[in-house]
Ligand binder design. Structure first.
Ligand code: PEP
Ligand code: MG
Length: 755
């Protein structure tokens, strides 16, 4: 043992046993016998955690064989239960004097004094406990503990790969198969039933044992070296050099990659006979298990950093990470990820995706924007989901409630299948509505437009029955790309969009980057304290006119022979519109000089997102062909409340008297000057707020395609004149303490308007 030969011999024997064609019980019996012999222990027992939180004795050498599958301890009970609950080993020379010791008479263990037990861990989850015992008061050495932990890891693989499932009795399944539910946040509506696909697949280390520890240590050393170099390289890149949070994460990685404790534990595991990959997995699993019980959010966040780092190291060791191949993807894939980039989601074939689960993220994360565009349900802030899920597990994503059910029980699954059918029937209803005119009960026409931004959105144009695209967020193409999209790629997308629209109007918004919309390849180096109020949207593109020029030229070319509608984001002063117009005019002149096919008409609009415009509405209306209210930004600026801050998300209501008055002022100014007014923020997409907008005078609103059905169902039942009178009266009275949302919903209820 002292020269590490013991663990190596044991691991080799275990490998042989795993490869032999044995019944699972026989295999377990031989494994515990082998461990006992190798550790010179009289007893070796394996307890496995069941779904009902009971640890059941699955195999023993030394204790009464009749107690196998009978002896049991609850989680937290006795030494074994304590090990399982704390995920920490216990090493005692006189176990019976330990306060947690619980005596199980059926096992006949009263004659044993020394005790060493380790948790059987996989990805930080406790699956069971492995114990050795001796009669004498012996103290197990550190290297023996290490050997036991390594052995436990091999057993964890056996449990996880389903070998032991054949030994379970009905109703007493293994904990690994336990159904679990998580509650987090709803990022996109919808319900998805399917099977787990881990976005960063837990790299399955199949090769556990090394042939030559020295050589393996060298492999580990060189992978660690490359890992450190790649982190240094990322840190020295100019775009990261000044950046706050991203840099802090990388600094943490660098610190961990050089952490002596971590590296030493890895080396020890390799010296004990594991491959470098298996060593990374073992050390990581131990750490996760220990830190899982910590409540300090800072420490938990650091654990995630460590996880990422371990994954990077595994990928270094195994060449490149195994990409999820389309061919191996289930037909009903539900992607489970800690976090992911928008472009990565687009790599999955859309027709196989049923949902997305994120441990992190926010409604405004790019990946969420893209998922919404693809119309898949998304549940976020699901802390711990990744470690509890195994590839292929059944899972339900409830994007409506912000919940997931992993390995759901049959009744939960049946309830959700019913929910899916109910939603499908509702969708059917919306589809029928598509053919009906988009008008109120009294016959007032309203344009229901959709928001889009990527080619994946286009099929929704006909499916939703939208009257056109009221907001095409051109920056999304930039956000999902690895570098600035070339002029040709931009032109191609714009042309595809207009082709797909088949003559329906499309309003292209010029690039709206900055704020929370960052391009990884274009960093703002000025380290803004308030990016939402900073260098973004039209401010940025007027300072970098080449960006705007390229885009405008691509748009003009793509729109040759048809109408082009261009919209400018974040306008604060009218001067910005004039400046942008100059750039646009120059491009028009340039193209006409080269005899390009030009748009038949060019309409230029401004977004109303900055409150300063409210005091120059008349001049604004005279300066543009149309305006569109960006209620997401306008609301955040009017209320001084960050739109992405979850602490504030329910604090202020856009359906409050002051904000409704703001919206009314805008639509009135549009009517007075004959300038068309649209609204294209999230407000347009909820039936209750869409109803309020119609009551204020809006006749054109743009929303996510999935909202068109529910909004149209509301619209066709709406007694508009009554609502207008009701709102005019409500807004003319003092607003303090009034709950307009409740009043509007009472109005809908009274008049049978479905919300
Ligand atoms: C808005 O601000 O309301 C808007 C539509 O633009 P975005 O959400 O893209 O900022
Ligand atoms: Mg905006």
């Amino acid at each position: 043992m002292r020269d590490q030969a013991g663990p190596r011999v044991l691991l080799r024997r275990l490998r042989e046993l795993m490869a032999e064609a044995l019944e699972p019980q026989e295999r377990l019996d031989r494994i515990v016998r082998e461990i006992a012999a190798n550790m010179v222990a009289e007893v070796c027992s394996l307890y496995v955690l069941r779904a009902d939180s009971v640890l059941e004795l699955y195999a023993t050498e030394g204790l009464n064989p009749g107690s196998v599958h009978h002896a049991q301890l609850r989680l937290g009970q006795g030494l074994v239960g304590t090990i399982a609950a704390s995920a920490r080993p216990i090493n005692l020379s006189d176990a019976q004097r330990h306060p947690a010791f619980a005596y199980l008479p059926e096992t006949g263990e009263e004659i044993y004094h020394s005790f060493l037990g380790v948790p059987v861990l996989r990805a930080g989850r406790t699956l069971g406990v492995l114990v050795v015992q001796n009669r004498t008061m012996r103290t197990y050495r550190e290297d023996e503990l290490e050997a036991m932990e390594t052995t436990a890891m091999v057993i964890a693989e056996m449990v996880a790969t389903g070998d032991l499932a054949r030994l379970t009795r009905p109703g007493l399944e293994l904990d690994l198969r336990r159904p679990v539910s998580f509650s987090g946040m709803s990022f996109n509506d919808g319900v998805g039933l399917g099977h787990v696909v881990l976005h960063e697949p837990r790299i399955v280390v199949t090769d556990l044992f090394n042939e030559d520890s020295e050589q393996e240590l060298r492999r580990l050393g060189s992978a660690l070296g490359s890992l450190r170099l790649s982190i240094d390289d990322m840190l020295s890149r100019r775009d990261v050099a000044f950046e706050g949070e991203h840099r802090a994460v990388l600094e943490a990685y660098r610190m961990f990659a050089n952490d002596r404790g971590w590296v030493r534990r890895l080396e020890e595991a390799v010296s004990n006979g594991l491959t470098a990959e298996a060593a990374v997995e073992k050390v990581q699993s131990d750490m996760r298990a220990r830190m899982l019980h910590m409540t300090d959010p800072y420490m938990r966040e650091r654990m995630s950093d460590f996880d990422d780092l371990a994954n990077r190291l595994l990928r270094q060791l195994m060449g490149h990470g195994p990409e999820a191949l389309a061919s191996t993807l289930p037909k009903d894939a539900i992607i489970v990820a800690r976090s992911m980039g928008a472009a990565e989601l687009l790599d999955y074939p859309r027709d196989r995706l049923r949902g997305l689960v994120l441990e992190d993220g926010a409604v405004t994360s790019h990946v969420v924007i893209v998922a919404r565009a693809m119309g898949i349900p998304v549940a976020g802030q699901m802390k711990g989901a990744v470690s509890m899920a195994e590839n292929g597990d059944a899972i339900i994503v409830d994007g409506e409630e912000g919940r997931i059910h992993l390995r759901p029980q049959p009744d939960v699954e049946a309830a959700y299948a019913e929910k899916v059918r109910f939603r499908a029937r509702r969708q059917e209803l919306y589809r029928e509505l598509r053919a009906k005119p988009s008008q109120t009960a009294e016959g007032v026409h309203v344009d229901l437009l959709m928001n889009a931004g990527l080619a994946v959105d286009l099929p929704q144009l006909s499916e939703s029955g939208a009257a056109g695209i009221g907001l095409f967020r051109t920056e999304l193409q930039f956000m999902v790309a690895a570098t600035f999209p070339r002029a040709e790629a931009q032109e191609r997308l714009y042309r595809d969009v207009m082709d797909a629209a088949r003559g329906k109007p499309v309003t292209f918004r010029t690039i709206d980057i900055g704020g929370d919309k960052v391009l990884p390849y274009f960093k703002n180096t000025s380290n803004e304290e308030n990016p939402a109020l900073g260098w973004r949207a039209i401010r940025l593109t007027l300072d970098r006119p080449a960006l705007l020029r390229t885009q405008v030229r691509a748009l003009l070319k793509a729109a040759g022979g048809r109408e082009l509608r261009l919209m400018l984001p974040m306008i604060t002063e009218l001067g910005e519109i004039f400046q942008a117009r100059e750039i646009i005019d120059r491009e028009v002149r340039h193209l006409s000089r080269f005899a390009h096919d030009l748009p038949t008409s060019l309409r230029i609009g401004a977004m109303i997102e900055v409150p300063a415009l409210l005091w120059q509405l008349d001049e604004l209306m005279r300066s543009v062909d149309f305006v569109s209210v960006g209620s997401n930004d306008l609301f955040q600026f009017v209320m001084a409340a960050d739109r992405g801050n979850t602490l504030l998300s329910d604090r202020f209501d856009p359906l409050s008297v002051p904000f409704l008055r703001v919206l009314k002022q805008i639509v009135d100014a549009g009517q007075a000057s004959g300038t068309p007014v649209t609204l294209c923020g999230e407000l347009a997409g909820r039936p209750i707020s869409a109803m309020a907008l119609l009551g204020l005078g809006y006749r054109s609103i743009s929303m996510s395609p999935a909202s068109i059905g529910p909004v149209k169902a509301m619209l066709t039942e709406l007694p508009l004149e009554k609502l207008e009178a009701f709102l005019a009266d409500a807004l003319s009275r003092p607003g303090a303490g009034r709950d307009m949302r409740a009043e509007l919903s009472a109005f809908a209820e009274e008049h049978g308007v479905p919300l």
